[in-house]
Design a protein around this ligand. Structure first.
Ligand code: SGN
Ligand code: CA
Length: 533
């Protein structure tokens, strides 16, 4: 590992220092800082939408291989206990930009418009002399702020021939979404102002619902049975009603057309409202494909769908079939993301940028890949709560695996810290730089706090908050329900035995409630059950 601490100054370094010093007099107080002694790193922050760690080979996937993500992990720091604070898209993005919990940054659910006037790490880096850019999924509804250049998908975006909004201008582009986002990022990197360090956010749409693979991966995994998760037929026996009342079961809540790619009839007087929604949703995606793409699509799915129709599957066999269709399409979308990550890594190598560029890979939250019978996220159970997190920065970080608990509130402080910019005290996360170097501060957190708000809403997951320690997880569902769950995540990693009412656990419950109350008061998340939010 090289350290640039004592390296002689190049002309470019001197110019950077002068431009930082010049900026210091005109920037807000939070951006002023000591002139860095080490070369300021570039930041390339790659994030996918809904990529559960169960589908990443360096995280032990039983399902697929992700060679380029694995390469990054092998050359960088892989976190094995990284978590989100609120497992849904827009909230997660607001958290990572601001370094603040949802109730502080305001984006508690996907419907809230992000207040882009608040401090964010891209703004602070921009003010400190970084060139900043954003490509891909954004989902915060207000226009991005703090970026010199941005090109985003409106809303959730589409897989085929998607629209982009580029600096306010909307255009439809030919191609597949993961390729286009990567193309945009690479071409910006090639044409950018080389005197400044850069911070670029490359945020994929994939593998978000409705999991439409590109032509290159459309045949991948076909004919291979993917293992069914052990908890696929979870009967929710020990859980609260929240687990039974959700609407995110693969067997019951997936659309046959839009999700499962069984082309629905064109229209029919007999269709139910749900069938109509399905048909319209699927048509709006299918119609984006060119005739050639539609032909490729039909050549792949047509015979598979015919075989399905002939099979007449019902009950458990039908649920298993749905799982196979879902998981294969999901993994195909990831294969395209992984290939595109390979393109980015190749570019960093060939351009000589790899050594001084912090490359991050993460996802906005985890995802259920059939565990508990589910797709989607939201619940504080492990699969949605956990996020993959890999950071490669050869100039500073030796490769290692880090088990300490980190959270997406830590991203903003970490980037600022690594760039030598003061971390505002209002940020609630903490830089993970020391932890990533293997120097764990003695007071590093031993518990994380979580709060999910989007109810009533799609998938009907009840509002809940909770604490997760290294051993236990305590969850309280509230709003139109009042239910507690406690899991021993070490003895019961699949969270099948809710032990909240076990008299032997009374002491643990009491301790965890007290610890949670202190986390809530530390981050200012109090009073909400009385209707404040
Ligand atoms: C859409 C999806 C949901 C998904 C949310 C939020 N339905 O509403 O399944 O939970 O997005 O996802 S869809 O029929 O429109 O695909 S998030 O990642 O943006 O939070
Ligand atoms: Ca998401």
């Amino acid at each position: 590992m090289s350290t640039l601490m004592n390296a002689p100054l190049t002309r470019r370094d001197l110019l950077r220092r002068i431009s930082v010093a010049a900026l210091a007099s005109t920037v807000p107080a939070w951006a002023s800082r000591a002139v860095p002694t080490r070369k300021r790193p570039n930041i390339l922050f790659m994030m996918t939408d809904d990529h559960g760690s169960q589908a990443i080979s360096c995280y032990g996937s039983r399902l697929n291989r992700t060679p380029y993500i694995d390469r990054l992990a092998g050359e960088g720091v892989r976190f094995t206990n990284s978590f989100c604070t609120n497992a849904v898209c827009a909230p997660s993005r607001a958290v990572l930009l601001t370094g603040k919990h949802s109730h502080v940054n305001g984006v508690t659910d996907n419907a809230v418009v992000f207040d882009g006037s608040q401090p964010t790490f891209p703004k602070m880096l921009q003010a400190a002399g970084y060139e900043t850019a954003l490509f891909g999924k954004w989902h915060l509804k207000s226009d991005p702020t703090g970026f010199d250049h941005w090109s985003i998908l409106p809303g959730q975006g589409n897989y085929y021939n998607p629209d982009f909004v580029t600096m306010g201008m909307r255009t439809r582009r030919a191609g597949y979404v993961s390729d286009l986002i990567t193309d945009d990022c690479l071409s910006w990197l090639k044409r950018r102002n080389g005197d400044k360090p850069f911070c670029v956010l490359l945020h994929h749409k994939a593998p978000h619902r409705n999991w439409m693979p590109d032509a290159r991966h459309i045949a991948m995994y076909e004919g291979e049975e993917q293992p069914l998760p052990e908890t696929f037929f979870d009967d929710y026996a020990t859980r609260s009603d929240a687990a039974r009342l959700q609407e995110m079961r693969i067997a019951d809540h997936m659309f046959m057309g839009y999700d499962l790619k069984l082309t629905p009839p064109d229209s029919s007087a007999a269709e139910t409202p749900a069938e109509r929604t399905d048909r319209l949703y699927w048509r709006s995606e299918y119609d984006r494909m060119t005739p050639v793409e539609q032909e490729q699509w039909n050549a792949a799915y047509g015979p598979r769908n015919e075989a399905f129709r002939r099979s007449g599957l019902t009950g458990e066999a039908l649920a298993r079939w749905k799982y196979q269709r879902y998981i294969r399409d999901y993994l195909r979308c990831i294969a395209s993301v992984d290939d595109n990550i390979g393109r980015v890594l190749d570019y960093l190598d060939s351009s000589g940028l790899a050594e001084d560029t912090i490359v991050v890979y993460t996802s906005d939250q985890g995802f259920y890949l059939g565990e508990h019978g589910w797709f989607d996220k939201r619940f504080m159970y492990e699969e949605a709560l956990r996020i993959p997190l890999i950071i490669r920065y050869p100039a500073l970080l030796a490769p290692r695996v880090v088990p300490e608990m980190v959270q997406n509130i830590d991203f903003a402080p970490t980037f600022l810290d690594l760039a030598g910019v003061n971390v505002p005290s209002a940020m609630q996360g903490r830089s993970i730089r020391d932890v990533a170097q293997g120097n764990v501060p003695p007071d590093w957190r031993k518990a994380i706090y979580y709060h999910y708000y989007e109810y009533p809403g799609v998938h009907a997951v009840r509002r809940h908050y909770g604490i997760r320690t290294e051993r236990y997880k305590l969850i309280h569902f509230y709003y139109d329900i009042d239910a507690w769950e406690l899991y021993d995540v070490v003895a019961d990693p699949h969270e099948l035995r809710n032990i909240y009412n076990d008299p032997a656990c009374a002491g643990i419950v009491e301790t965890l409630k007290a610890r949670m109350a202190s986390l809530q008061s530390e981050c200012g998340d109090t009073g909400f059950e009385k209707g404040n939010r």
